[in-house]
Design a protein around this ligand. Structure first.
Ligand code: 9WN
Length: 469
């Protein structure tokens, strides 16, 4: 990969970082698909794969396409893309709850053939965005790659369409434009305080003892969700299994039913990407109108979740009929969705820069912690309750570029790369000392590093910043 930065030492560092990031993706390559991390996560995770494909697109666009094809090969008949596809060759007990725990999902009439087994949850729908990145990278490579990528887009388009239709129907019977999740794992931000109030209402029944395999792979237990969180996660899985993984039954009786603004914001941006893919593959006008309508409905849905005091979007608890009021990075969902009214964008940027997030004075780098340090429930080392996540930084960077905020995006990119300089490619970082925590050699962290490094070597792709004020 070509890396063009100012001459001297920095150039070497960046080149070396790119090489090390590529090495992490090779290490985790399981022969056509990529495990999320070497020890803690030996399976294929849904939104990890999308980020991974964005990184792989800088190394080999065909391999990047294979990552997405591999995941979508396990799509359910309803269009659902499962949050985990279990690796039959993973060491036994490497991850809990593993394939045997989810094997019931294979009994659903909608499940794909097993093994490999899948979970029956979902994760944020970043996939169409990744596919569009692969298409753009193929365009930079030349005619041969482009024609392979065109064939890939033809194959994957109907699957992406079915995936989005699933989210807009099964996961939004209310027609609100917002995605419903049944489990915190479905949000990708598992133990975020976003879910505390909705989870507190879940009464855990009899649970057999279970192993915390995850704690074997991190430096100290405070970096992972607590036992109380895990009990609730497993209880919810038990209820989902009890409902035969049937969407309608879950919707009727499940105690945890929440509108997730982060997934919804990503879905709007993914629908914009799907619209561009529809153009390339020559999809019908009817399809295109539907997709454009989905994007519009999503933007409208986010608008209904806007909190004028916090100047952020809030998730909504369908069981308790109330917004879940806490400041986390998910609140920037309208920025990720894109195409916001100028005053909305202005407000979001102000909060992003403020001491509530990236402007908090003691941060090692001006990067937004997953939960605002001004929140009582903030914890700098506990998973999604405070640490900075490189993949979230990537989402915000990419969204700033699309919003025409190129100077701000560039500052974020530089800070984010500095955070990764040591080359551990950690899952997340303690925000004050900058210590890498969670899993190391995490695939999606290496992938976003590759995309940031490549962005630094290209002429500017997006319009220059229109200075505010
Ligand atoms: C549960 C793999 C996944 C990410 C999620 C992250 C974490 C799993 C876990 O790891 O979730 O799905 O066991 O904690 O929260 O976003 O996709 O990297």
């Amino acid at each position: 990969m070509q890396v063009k930065t100012p001459p001297g030492k920095i150039l070497d560092e960046r080149e070396e970082l790119a090489a090390r990031a590529g090495e992490v993706l090779r290490l985790n390559d399981m022969g056509g698909w990529t495990r999320a991390a070497p020890n803690l996560y030996p399976h294929q995770w849904s939104w990890d794969s999308a980020f991974i494909a964005i990184g792989l697109a800088h190394l080999d666009t065909r391999r990047a396409a294979r990552e997405i094809r591999g995941l979508f090969a396990h799509q359910w008949a309803t269009g659902k893309v499962p949050h985990i596809v279990f690796n039959p060759k993973a060491p036994p007990h490497a991850y809990f709850p593993g394939a045997e725990h989810w094997a019931c999902a294979a009994d659903s009439p909608d499940a794909p053939p097993a093994p490999p087994y899948t979970s029956c949850l979902t994760q944020p729908p970043l996939h169409a965005i990744a596919v569009w990145h692969i298409w753009e990278a193929a365009g930079r490579e030349g005619e041969e790659s482009l024609s392979a990528a065109r064939a890939f887009l033809q194959d994957i388009y109907p699957r992406l369409f079915a995936w989005h239709r699933y989210l807009l129907t099964y996961r939004d019977p209310e027609g609100s434009g917002l995605v419903t999740i049944y489990h915190p794992w479905g949000s990708g931000t598992d133990n975020s305080p976003r879910w505390d109030d909705a989870l507190a209402a879940v009464e855990v029944g009899d649970l057999p003892p279970y192993p915390r395999s995850d704690l074997q792979h991190v430096g100290d237990p405070s970096q992972r969700p607590t036992k109380a969180d895990y009990d609730r996660y497993l209880w919810l899985v038990k209820l989902i299994k009890g409902a035969g993984c049937d969407e309608k039954a879950i919707y009727r009786s499940h105690p945890f039913l929440v509108k997730d603004v982060l997934s919804s914001g990503i879905l709007v941006a993914a629908n914009e990407a799907l619209l561009k893919i529809a153009e390339v593959v020559g999809a019908s006008d009817q399809d295109r109108e539907l997709i454009a309508g989905w994007a519009e409905r999503g933007r409208w849905g986010l608008e209904t979740c806007w909190d004028e005091d916090l100047k952020l979007c809030l998730d909504y608890d369908l069981r308790d009929s109330k917004p879940l009021r806490v400041r986390t990075v998910a609140g920037f969902a309208p920025l990720i969705a894109g195409q916001q009214k100028p005053e909305r964008l202005e407000a979001l940027l102000e909060v992003l820069d403020s001491p509530a997030f990236a402007g908090y004075p003691e941060l090692r780098w001006p990067l937004p912690p997953s939960t605002s340090p001004e929140e009582l429930r903030f914890h700098p080392r506990s998973y999604w309750r405070g640490p900075t996540w490189p993949v979230v930084n990537w989402l915000l960077w990419w969204s700033l570029l699309r919003a025409g905020e190129s100077e701000r995006a560039e500052q974020l990119r530089r800070a984010a790369l500095e955070q990764l300089t040591a080359g551990d490619f950690a899952e997340y970082y303690e925000p004050f000392a900058g210590e890498p925590i969670g899993s190391l050699a995490q695939s999606w962290t290496a992938a976003v590093a590759l995309d940031w490094l490549a962005a630094g070597s290209r002429p500017e792709r997006e319009p220059r910043s229109t200075k505010r004020g």
